[in-house]
Design a protein around this ligand. Structure first.
Ligand code: AMP
Ligand code: MN
Ligand code: MN
Length: 332
C-alpha cells in the first residue's frame, strides 16, 4: 500500500490547462539554486516538453553547479531574457516569497498567469495558483504529487529524485517520511540510479573542495559550552582557492554533526563586508525563526540569511537568539 498523494484535483486541472493554453512558458527558482530548486525547474521543464515537445519553455536560474549539468535541459537555463515579450505562464519554484527570485522577479510579476509551487512554511502564497505544502520534503515532492506517475520519464525522474535527495540530506532529515521513501522507490523503478545521483551530486568533492572543508572544520569555534559551533570563510580565501559558494556545500552539515552541538552556523563572504549565513539545528532550536530576525528564512532545522558586518559581530548578534531558545528547551 502506498501513501496517498496530497493534491487538489481542481488546482491540478487548472495547472495543466494553463500549460496547454500557454504559448510562452517560463520557469524560475530561488537565487543561489540548490538541488531541489534545480531539480524542480528542470523536472517541470522536462515533464512539459515530454507532453508537448513543441512548447516554448524557458528556464531562468542563476548559474548552476557543474554537478547538476548532466540533467536533461540543463543547457536551456538562461540568465537573460531572449526578447521583450512577457510570458503567458510563469512558474516560481522553491521560493518562499517572490523576492527570492532575485533578478527574475520582475518578469515573473509581468506574466499573465503565475503559479507558485513551494514547501516553505513561511510562504504566504503569491501568484494566481499556488501549491504550498510545508509538510512536503521538497518542491520536487509536490511536483511528483501534481504529475501523473505514468507520464514521468526517466529524465524527469532523475530531476525529482535529485531534489528529494538534496532537501532530505540523503533521506536523513526529519522531512524523510514514508511517502518520501515510496516516491523514491517509484523513481528508482523509472530507472534512477541512487548511487549515481547521491555520489555524483551530494558526496563527491574535488580536491580543493575537500581542502576548504578541512580548513573550515579546523578553524571552527565552539560557543556556549559546545552547543553552538561556527566557522567562516572570507572572500579573500575563496579567491585564493578559486572557489565559489557551491564549493562549500556540505561544510555546514559536517559542523552540525559535531557531538554536543545544538546549532551550527557557517558564514561565507559573498562580497566584502557581507556574509551568507547558513544555520542548522539538531532539534531544540528553530533556526528559521532566528534567520527571520536577520531578513532570511527557511525551515525549522535548516535556514539562511544574508547579513552585513564582520564575522565576530554577526556571530555575536545571532548567538543570543539561539541561547534564548535553548533556555526554553522545547523540541521543535
Ligand atoms: P542554505 O543554508 O542556503 O542551504 O539554506 C537553508 C534553507 O534556508 C533553504 O531552505 C533556503 O531556501 C533557506 N534560505 C537560505 N537563505 C535564505 C534567505 N536569505 N531568505 C530566505 N530563506 C533562505
Ligand atoms: Mn531550495
Ligand atoms: Mn526546497
Amino acid at each position: 500500500m502506498t501513501s496517498s498523494k496530497k493534491i487538489n484535483r481542481q488546482a491540478v486541472s487548472l495547472f495543466f490547462r494553463k500549460i496547454k493554453e500557454a504559448d510562452r512558458i517560463a520557469i524560475s527558482g530561488h537565487i543561489n539554486p540548490d538541488g531541489d530548486c534545480v531539480g524542480a525547474c528542470l523536472g517541470l521543464c522536462t515533464y512539459i516538453l515530454d507532453l508537448d515537445p513543441a512548447k516554448k519553455v524557458d528556464i531562468f536560474l542563476e548559474p548552476i553547479s557543474e554537478k547538476f549539468r548532466f540533467l536533461k535541459h540543463a543547457d536551456k537555463i538562461l540568465q537573460e531574457k531572449p526578447d521583450e515579450e512577457p510570458y503567458d505562464l510563469y512558474f516560481s519554484l522553491d521560493c518562499s516569497d517572490p523576492e527570492r527570485l532575485g533578478a527574475f522577479r520582475e518578469e515573473f510579476e509581468k506574466a499573465e498567469f503565475k503559479i507558485c509551487v513551494d514547501h516553505h512554511i513561511s510562504n504566504q502564497g503569491f501568484g494566481d495558483l499556488t501549491f504550498i505544502d510545508a509538510e512536503a520534503s521538497s518542491t520536487c515532492e509536490i511536483l511528483y504529487d501534481i504529475f501523473e506517475e505514468k507520464e514521468i520519464s526517466f529524465d524527469t525522474a532523475q530531476c525529482l529524485y535529485l531534489g528529494i535527495v538534496h532537501d532530505t540530506g540523503v533521506f536523513k532529515h526529519s522531512n524523510t517520511t514514508r511517502k518520501v521513501m515510496e516516491i523514491a522507490g517509484v523513481l528508482i523503478e523509472k530507472g534512477v540510479r541512487p548511487d549515481f545521483i547521491i555520489d555524483e551530486t551530494f558526496y563527491k568533492k574535488t580536491y580543493i573542495q575537500n581542502q576548504i572543508l578541512g580548513r573550515a572544520l579546523m578553524e571552527s569555534i565552539l560557543l556556549l559550552d559546545g552547543k553552538i559551533i561556527f566557522s567562516a570563510i572570507k572572500k579573500k580565501d575563496m579567491d585564493f582557492y578559486g572557489i565559489e559558494s557551491g564549493d562549500l556545500d556540505g561544510v555546514i552539515d559536517q559542523l552540525r554533526v559535531t557531538e554536543g552541538v545544538e546549532c551550527a552556523l557557517f558564514l561565507y563572504e559573498k562580497v566584502e563586508g557581507q556574509f551568507k549565513v547558513s544555520l542548522r539545528s539538531n532539534g531544540n532550536v528553530d533556526v528559521r525563526k532566528i534567520a527571520e530576525n536577520f531578513g532570511g528564512g527557511g525551515h525549522v532545522r535548516a535556514a539562511g540569511c544574508t547579513v552585513d558586518g564582520n564575522v565576530r559581530d554577526i556571530v555575536n548578534n545571532i548567538t543570543p537568539f539561539i541561547e534564548q531558545q535553548l533556555k526554553q528547551e522545547k523540541s521543535v
